[in-house]
Design a protein around this ligand. Structure first.
Ligand code: IVH
Length: 663
């Protein structure tokens, strides 16, 4: 290939990939299979290997590649990033309309209603259509340069889809953690003994503050834009025009917005958005109402903090108000410190609560919570209540700041910061051991009935158990020394411990509490390696070859099994007769390992035959399309499954493509 041909092909490939990224990540309407996409991408990578001079910062291959940073550089915003005033009722909203119309001396000023996206504010700068910088809001005037991290967000175009892009374009919006992915990440974190993120916003903030862009790339952040910063070489007159322009430029924008020409329409729009909220891919805690005409906005101006031409309308949710008396610090299984609010008891959602999670210090700072404050508590998701805000008006000046502890409240070790989390690095910390014991014994792990919080506390406090392996050396006479332990319960416990030795090794792998290893992954690891010994000896490359094991998880496993203390633990467990074998039927390993495939339409062979081949390649055949489906194989006259797969964004493969994959 000549250089000229290479230049030409490079341009074609980059353009096609950009278009397919847009179709897939922004519109959610892919036109080609993942296979076909991978082929294009692979060709581009190969081409750039041969002609490295063709690599530009906006090439689709340049999303990840940055090295971990020491710290973020500061960026001064060309146009300050303001915040918004809030309203909490329709009457307050109408007061805002009054203020605007009075100031402009019009009967009504057309407005646009958009969802208020609860993410992390971001400003992205494009010069001549090429993405050059992303910055967080910071204090509104100066923010952090998070360009490397934002580059990894797949719905962000690295180059605008415009033939003649403006000289300078700063687009402002929100980085968010898609709800579906948030649930998954938190489930995994809980199973792996890590503190769950407080909410999607916190997950997005925590991810964006990572100094290592590779970690950011491994999390499915998304982005959406709604406002403008500095603009040169483009004239926009209204918000409607602006939103239309964003769409044309390939920039993600809110999927719904309302143009309102009178108060009635405005109230209807706000109510309709409230109905629609559960269906949106991000959390919305309200609506943003904006004057549509940008010239009128200038006439309205702004206060030091917020524009006078826009307002946020917050939707309410059931909360209780009570007094925060003190803050305690809980040490998790992996040593993470969680601040817990100790409050005056209050009735909330059917129960009385007196403790609530404050999640982490980033959340405390963001919400401005102090000891002595009247706070609002809300039930988070299922059970754990959380402190969501402060009744600032109720302050009397005696409130005290919440200071992060310097030492572990349990073992006294000096604590370390890891991003937004504070952690106790002492692996022998009794708090960590107690939690590990409970994790080890829980039903989904080794299933040792009778070993709950109280017993774990006693076993650790008396020194009977200094490592989980010590469980298997416990004797009747040891247990009888414990408080409230009769002969019968001691015997039952010893039996339960003995029985646990026979559990499948997948449960043992999960029970060990290796960071990042949840229940599902433990099963996959167990099946893949067949037994715990082989897993413990695996090299980094071998670990990374397991489906669903990325760089971070592989390192975590590798580090765990290289630690002499952990090796000793495994040796002892084996010595005491704990089962290390995978008892489940091993699925064959192949190109479809761990993948769930659904078939629709008529294929050239009977379905059973195709299903057998898929299973021989490690895959599983399911009958209905769901979010868990990895591929849909499409034959002739496909049924409704194809529509469903398109709706869910699940990649589609023809029979031919399947054959190519299997060969
Ligand atoms: S417009 C000049 N539109 O909410 C301010 N903001 O609480 C322009 N936000 O700082 C902001 N969704 O980070 C605007 N559709 C939307 C929004 C939105 C979320 C955020 C934004 C703002 C914060 C204020």
């Amino acid at each position: 290939m000549t250089r000229e041909q290479a230049v030409q092909r490079h341009r074609e490939l980059a353009e096609q990939i950009r278009r397919h990224d847009y179709l897939y990540y922004v519109l959610g309407q892919p036109e080609i299979s993942d296979e076909a996409y991978d082929a294009l991408y692979h060709e581009l990578v190969e081409l750039e290997k041969k002609f490295p001079e063709l690599i530009t910062p906006d090439s689709p291959t340049q999303r990840v590649g940055g090295q971990p940073l020491e710290e973020f550089r500061h960026v001064e915003h060309a146009v300050p990033m303001l915040s918004l005033d809030n309203t909490y009722s329709e009457s307050e909203l109408l007061e805002f309309v009054e203020r605007v119309t009075r100031a402009l001396r019009c009967p009504f000023v057309p407005m646009v209603v958009e969802p208020k996206i609860d993410g992390v504010s971001i400003s992205c700068r494009y010069e001549k259509g090429v993405f050059v910088q992303a910055a967080t809001r910071g204090d509104g005037r100066v923010g952090d340069d998070v360009t490397q991290n934002v580059r990894t967000i797949r719905s962000l175009p690295l180059r605008l889809l415009l033939a003649s892009p403006p000289e300078v374009l700063e687009v402002r919006g929100e980085v968010y953690f898609p709800l579906e992915a948030f649930r998954k990440v938190n489930e995994e974190r809980i199973r792996a003994g890590e503190p769950p993120f407080a909410n999607p916003r916190n997950a997005a903030a925590g991810t964006l503050k990572q100094l290592d862009p590779r970690i950011v790339a491994s999390r499915p952040l998304a982005i959406v834009f709604y406002a403008a910063g500095q603009i040169r070489g483009l004239s926009i007159r209204t918000q409607r025009q602006w939103l239309e322009f964003l769409g044309k430029a390939g920039l993600p924008r809110p999927e719904r917005f309302w143009f309102c020409q009178n108060k009635e329409e405005l109230l209807l729009a706000v109510r309709e958005l409230d109905q629609l909220r559960p269906a949106l891919p991000y959390e919305t805690d309200g609506a943003v109402i904006k004057v549509d005409d940008w010239t009128l906005r200038e006439r309205l101006g702004q206060t030091a903090k917020a524009p006078r031409w826009a307002i946020a309308y917050k939707y309410g949710s059931a909360k209780a108000r009570t007094r925060l008396r003190s803050v305690t610090f809980q040490v998790g299984r992996t040593g993470t410190i969680t601040p817990v609010a100790e409050m005056d008891p209050v009735f909330l959602g059917g129960t009385i609560v007196s403790r609530a999670t404050l999640h982490n210090f980033d959340e405390i700072r963001r919400k401005g919570i102090r000891i002595g404050d009247y706070v609002f508590v809300q039930k988070a998701g299922e059970v754990i209540p959380e402190v969501v805000g402060v009744d600032v008006a109720a302050r009397n000046g005696t409130e005290k700041e919440i200071v992060p502890p310097e030492q572990c409240p349990v073992c006294g070790e000096k604590l370390q910061w890891e991003g937004i989390f504070l952690r106790c690095p002492n692996l022998n910390c009794p708090a960590q051991l107690k939690r590990l014991l409970m994790h080890f014994a829980q039903r989904r792990a080794m299933d040792i009935e009778g070993l709950g919080e109280k017993l774990a506390d006693q076993l650790v406090d008396t020194g009977l158990v200094q490592d989980v392996a010590d469980l298997y050396t416990l004797q009747m006479r040891d247990l009888l020394r414990l408080e409230r332990m009769g002969e019968k319960s001691a015997r039952n416990l010893l039996e339960a411990i003995a029985k646990s030795k026979k559990q499948d090794a997948a449960r043992l792998i999960f029970a060990l509490g290796i960071p990042h290893v949840g229940e599902t992954l433990a099963q996959e690891l167990c099946r893949h390696f067949g037994n715990l010994n082989r897993l413990a000896q695996a090299s980094l490359e071998e670990l990374q070859a397991v489906p669903n094991v990325g760089e971070i998880v592989a390192h975590s496993l590798y580090r765990y099994f290289r630690d002499p203390k952990n090796r000793r633990r495994l040796e002892r467990l084996k010595e005491y007769g704990v089962n290390f074998q995978c008892l489940e039927r091993r699925l064959p390993v192949g190109p479809l390992s761990g993948k769930t495939v659904v078939i629709t339409g008529t294929l050239s062979e009977p379905r059973e035959e195709i299903a057998r081949k898929i299973e021989a390649a490690g895959g599983r055949v399911a009958s209905t399309v769901s979010r868990r489906t990895d591929w849909l194989i499409v034959g002739e006259n496909p049924g409704s499954k194809l529509q469903e797969a398109r709706r869910l964004g699940i990649p589609v493969m023809t029979e031919q493509e399947l054959r190519r994959m299997l060969s």
